[in-house]
Design a protein around this ligand. Structure first.
Ligand code: 4MI
Length: 400
């Protein structure tokens, strides 16, 4: 028998305000402490190095998702909502919902949206710049406005009540953290209202006959899912599909505004917009971390995650691990960001990533065509969330 080392302990709270405001020092400390680290504050483990994050995410047989990918262990405590059939499930239960959504959200299926989304983005940018150069907050006017303009329509939602989408998503991502955390407690107050609306929109009679939602129900009619599963699969679209793309686009706009020469470089080579978006997802990691749960004692590094224990898997730390990336803190349009774990890795890797890329590409292409310069005009303000890395406000000048 080889000796099993006790993992190093770090006295840090990944869900505390100061860590969320600037998580990079905590991520470096986690990476430097060891392959496997213990976080006594939450009686849990963590991995933060690229190689270990990738290996752990790839090993779904050892590290399950069905006990929840937040701090709450579904085997011991009641989840705040019925578990997701995708995110919070393992094979074989995970397979049918995953296969269905992969078809509905795949590159082939998205082709019919491309021209419409490009035209929508052109109109948004045209209206914004109608009077020439402008100073705006890029969060509401671009990062939120564009996804909210195209995604709910693509799902097939009615016009009423769409204002529930962002707060619902924000709470869902907070709820992966500790349930006694101030962000979760604040969100709880209005959650019945938001979740009630979201639940209603997942029903067949409330969805347009054309769209991702109707496609899910059609899959149930074909027998690819049960009809009881369909509303929960639609719920996944509404939970995972809004805040993530908003903050991904926010990350991209921020990166381009603060990186000298980046806007000009992209205007010269607009074919790099997809690389730029993936580099922004690597650099910022809009989804910072999720947990997995060991199904038996699993060795990681020279330690062991005991059966039934949770591990916090830091996508964001892996995406800036200098053991893997050259000059990881630099937003660099000349690097190949593929292999980043900002969309996760393995069987749960983001099934909506093609939608996210198409949204970002549509908006950015429209901006590059009309905006010669993108610059911050004031200090950007963070939006704190237990799981998301997000901007509340990005004051920018768009030069026509
Ligand atoms: C990666 S973010 C995310 C994915 C899936 C769900 C929620 C958030 C869900 O509810 O299925």
């Amino acid at each position: 028998m080889t000796a099993v080392a006790t993992p190093p302990e770090l006295d840090l709270d990944p869900f505390a305000d100061d860590v969320l405001r600037d998580p990079l020092p905590a991520h470096a400390a986690l990476r430097d402490a060891g392959a496997l680290v213990r976080l006594p504050r939450y009686d849990t483990f963590a991995v933060a190095r690229y190689a270990d994050v990738r290996a752990l995410l790839s090993d779904w047989q050892s590290f399950e998702s069905a006990a929840g990918v937040g701090l709450t262990n579904f085997r011991r405590e009641t989840p705040w909502r019925p578990p997701s059939l995708l995110l919070e499930a393992d094979p074989p239960a995970h397979d049918a919902p995953r296969t269905v959504l992969a078809g509905i959200l795949g590159p082939r299926a998205l082709r019919r949206l491309r021209a419409d989304w490009a035209a929508d983005a052109d109109r948004l940018v045209e209206d914004l710049l109608a009077g020439g150069s402008v100073e705006v907050d890029a969060v509401p006017t671009l990062a939120e406005a564009f996804p909210l303009r195209v995604f709910p329509d693509a799902v097939g939602l009615g016009r009423e009540g769409r204002e529930h989408l962002l707060p619902y998503g924000d709470h869902a991502f907070n709820a992966f953290g500790p349930t006694d955390n101030p962000r979760v407690l604040a969100g709880n107050e209005r959650m019945a209202e938001h979740a009630g609306w979201v639940g209603q929109q997942c029903l067949r009679e409330n969805l347009s006959p054309v769209g991702f939602g109707a496609d899910v129900w059609a899959a149930a009619d074909r027998g690819d899912l049960t009809h009881a599963q369909a509303p929960l699969v639609v719920r996944s679209l509404l939970t995972a599909g809004v805040d993530t793309t908003v903050h991904g686009i926010g990350a991209l706009l921020h990166a381009l505004a603060v990186t000298p020469g980046a806007w000009e470089a992209l205007r010269a080579r607009p074919e790099l917009v997809r690389v730029a978006f993936d580099e922004a997802v690597r650099w910022e990691s809009p989804v910072q971390a999720f947990f997995r749960t060991a199904v038996r004692d699993v060795p990681v590094g020279d330690g062991v995650v005991p059966a039934g224990e949770k591990v916090l898997v830091f996508f964001a730390a892996a995406n800036r691990d200098p053991r893997h990336w050259a000059d990881p803190d630099r937003f660099d349009l000349t690097r190949d960001p593929s292999g980043h774990v900002g969309f996760g890795m393995g069987i749960h890797q983001c099934v909506g990533q093609h939608v996210a890329r198409l949204e970002a590409e549509s908006l950015l292409t429209a901006l590059l065509a009309r905006v010669t310069r993108l610059k911050l005009t004031g200090a950007p303000v963070r939006h704190l969330n237990n799981t998301l890395r997000a901007w509340e406000s990005l004051p920018v000048r768009l030069t026509a």
